[in-house]
Write a protein that binds this ligand. Structure first.
Ligand SMILES: Nc1ncnc2c1ncn2[C@@H]1O[C@H](COP(=O)(O)OP(=O)(O)O)[C@@H](O)[C@H]1O
Ligand SMILES: [Mg+2]
Length: 299
């Protein structure tokens, strides 16, 4: 059994290293599919990847390029999907989750609680958005922020204009969002594989910051999820059709649970370190189960 990982990084990156060593332990071969090295081709009406023969194609592919995944990688993912190779996650779910506002649209439509958010694509929309959201402080963020990069606290019109002017890509747009201050707030990451919760942790914002990303602070501890958190996180992953998902929840001072964002290729260094769980093994086992399912399906 062969697993392909769509990534622009190598073994030096924690999830890649863990997935590779785990696949090896399970007797699977695993290779990196760098989307900039593999070509999608249509020749005589047939879809090919760099002339790879059918038997050389991976049995399952796991796209793990994060929020910055662009159209050219999505083209390769579509090629793979059209060839009938199982993907975790698939194209439609990546399209939704790589863009935070598209995710929020789908989540809100499914009655999943999300923070009040206005999408803007020009500077002139900042003040109407601020008014709609009840005034400062607010959050401004890019649609494809990652590791807290591209997430800003704005306290005044001057700050808002500065942030939006320097970060707005008109073609992509930005989010202006209600801000939950760190005091009394809980930041929770829920890891979901195949519709099941495999682990969870609470994260603390770093000193003097409001962002709790593990890559920024490394302050995390295990948490027992309430039934409501479980229900909302599982429903969020299902709504975006994500088989593997890192669901970020924010819980406000009154205990209300909101889905902040859902990641389609979540890192798991922090979760493994915090909980002692073997997340890499759960991902590889899930990928293996997909191949088996496909075989059963064909029989
Ligand atoms: N509206 C908000 N109110 C309070 N904190 C927020 C808000 N949005 C983001 N944050 C904080 O910033 C972190 C990063 O934001 P997030 O939207 O998850 O983007 P990223 O993709 O960069 O992780 C969150 O984990 C949270 O701690
Ligand atoms: Mg996040």
């Amino acid at each position: 059994m062969t697993i392909g990982i769509i990534t622009v990084r190598d073994d030096a990156y924690h999830p890649n290293r863990r997935l590779k060593e785990t696949a090896r332990e399970k007797g699977c071969s695993l290779y990196w599919i760098n989307p900039y090295h593999f070509r999608s081709e249509i020749v005589d009406g047939k879809l090919l990847i760099n002339g790879l023969k059918a038997q050389e194609l991976p049995d399952v592919v796991i796209p793990r390029q994060g929020a910055l995944i662009g159209d050219s990688s999505l083209t390769l993912i579509n090629q793979i999907q059209t060839l009938g190779i199982p993907l975790v996650n698939g194209l439609a779910s990546i399209l939704l989750s790589r863009n935070q506002f598209l995710s929020l649209q789908a989540l809100a439509a499914a009655d999943i609680p999300v923070l009040n958010t206005v999408f803007i694509n020009r500077l002139e929309s900042v003040q109407p958005a601020v008014e709609k959201l009840g005034g400062y402080p607010l959050i401004a963020k890019t649609v494809n922020s990652y590791q807290g990069k591209g997430v800003f606290l704005i306290n005044s019109e001057k700050e808002a204009d500065f942030v939006v002017q320097s970060s707005l890509d008109r073609a992509k747009g930005m989010l202006i969002q209600q801000f939950l201050q760190p005091q009394g707030r809980q930041d929770v990451r829920v890891f979901i594989i195949g519709g099941e919760i495999t682990g969870a942790m609470q994260l603390l914002p770093r000193e003097g910051d409001f962002r709790s990303n593990f890559s920024l602070n490394q302050q995390a501890f295990e948490i027992n999820l309430t039934d409501e958190m479980k229900r909302i996180a599982v429903k969020a992953a299902r709504t975006l059709s994500l088989e593997i998902a890192g669901v970020d929840l924010l819980i406000d001072i009154q205990g209300r649970v909101f889905v902040l964002e859902v990641n389609y290729s979540p890192g798991f260094k922090g979760l493994e370190a915090t909980t002692g769980l073997n997340i890499a093994e759960k991902i590889i086992d899930y990928a293996i189960s997909l191949k088996t399912n496909l075989k059963n399906h064909e029989n």
